[in-house]
Design a protein around this ligand. Structure first.
Ligand code: KG4
Ligand code: ZN
Length: 335
């Protein structure tokens, strides 16, 4: 039995988890800072770092208490090294290095995007080859895995991440930050009646572009205001969501056709909470790829959390892929 204490602080959630053998959650505490950033309409890096500093020690102590684990039973300390906000990452990395040093445990440096993919391992074992779609506030990537920790990025956004586009469109519609959830809810009350372009839909690659779609929605709102017309917010949300879902689903279909040996498809990241996307991808797999195992983590594990970092750290622990205590945060770390 291997118990890993994992820390995540890459953006606006401070989280500490205890994970047994890479899949069993002993505890997964998440302190969200959303309320502090809401009034600014986005994450303020300095505010995020300060909150992480205030939270981290208490969360470590609370996790040990709630997980009913003492330091003798912990085998390693894992932490998100990147990508993310440098100040925010540094708080987690510094805490993890200190704990590893004091308690004489190996340190494991984890990529946050790998974490989003491995969130699915907290509900079912990974099956290889696997294809993962990571959709979050900072990333939109299609990743192919031949085996554990063997990440091949086969498609990615050329500009905005899909969550970022949701948040920016939500801001134009005066929805609270982060707007993805509210825009998703609004989309269900409307009809697709506005024309939102499907960027890169017919291009012969697996890349995405969301900034043009976001600008198209902004222009629709702006032009309507200038003409003194009102916009039907629910219809606009439905039209934007339909365009986003169509693009993501179409690229996943192409990727699965390109990789016929795929055993599992994983939807990962904060935008995996999107009901339209979940429904469309479930339908795609059931209809066209019924032999593929579909994994969509529960909502609580789609957003940023430390349990997913502990899940990646387990195969790294088995491979003795340990980090030196001199490591630093890497804000633009690639998969
Ligand atoms: O993975 P995550 O928690 O943080 C990052 O690593 O970015 O993702 C946060 C993103 C935000 O942009 C948020 O608006 C979006 O996920 N999001 C959604 C939904 N729930 C959260 N986007 C669309 N529909 C949702 N239901
Ligand atoms: Zn994330």
């Amino acid at each position: 039995m291997t118990v890993i204490l994992a820390i995540e602080s890459s953006c606006d959630e401070t989280s500490v988890a205890l994970i047994e053998d890479g899949h069993k959650i002993l505890t997964n505490l998440v302190a969200s800072q959303i309320k502090s950033h809401m009034r600014f309409g986005g994450v303020v890096p300095e505010v995020a770092s300060r909150h992480h500093v205030e939270q981290i020690s208490q969360l470590v102590n609370l996790a040990l208490k709630e997980g009913k684990v003492n330091w003798k039973q912990i085998d390693a300390v894992a932490v998100t090294q990147g990508p993310g906000l440098v100040g925010a990452l540094l708080v987690g990395v510094t805490a993890a290095k200190t704990l590893a040093l004091i308690h004489n445990k190996p340190l494991i440096a984890v990529n946050h995007l790998a974490g989003h993919i491995y969130a699915s391992q907290l509900q079912a074992p990974l099956q290889f080859p696997a294809l993962a779609l990571i959709v979050s506030g900072g990333h939109t990537e299609l990743v192919y895995l031949e085996n554990h920790l063997d990440f091949q990025v086969i498609g990615e956004t050329q500009d905005d991440a899909v969550g970022e586009a949701y948040d920016k469109v939500g801001r134009i519609l005066d929805l609270p930050y982060p707007a993805g959830k509210y825009l998703d809810q609004l989309a269900h009350q409307g009809q697709e009646s506005y024309d939102v372009p499907r960027a890169m839909l017919h291009e012969d690659n697996l890349d995405f572009s969301f900034s043009g779609m976001k600008s198209a929605v902004m222009n629709l709102v702006h032009n309507a205001h200038q003409r003194g017309q009102t916009i039907n917010q629910a219809d606009l949300a439905a039209s934007f969501q339909a365009a986003v879902v169509e693009i993501l689903t179409s690229k996943v279909k192409t990727a699965l056709e390109d990789h016929p040996n795929c055993q599992q498809f994983i939807l990962a990241g904060g935008v995996a909470a999107n009901s339209g996307l979940r429904a469309a991808l479930t339908d795609l797999i059931q209809t066209n790829f019924s032999q593929i195992d579909l994994q969509i983590p529960p909502l609580s594990l789609c957003g940023d959390n430390a349990a997913m970092i502990g899940a990646v750290a387990y195969p790294m622990y088995l491979a003795k892929d340990f980090a030196d205590l001199s490591i630093n945060a890497i804000p633009s770390l690639d998969l």
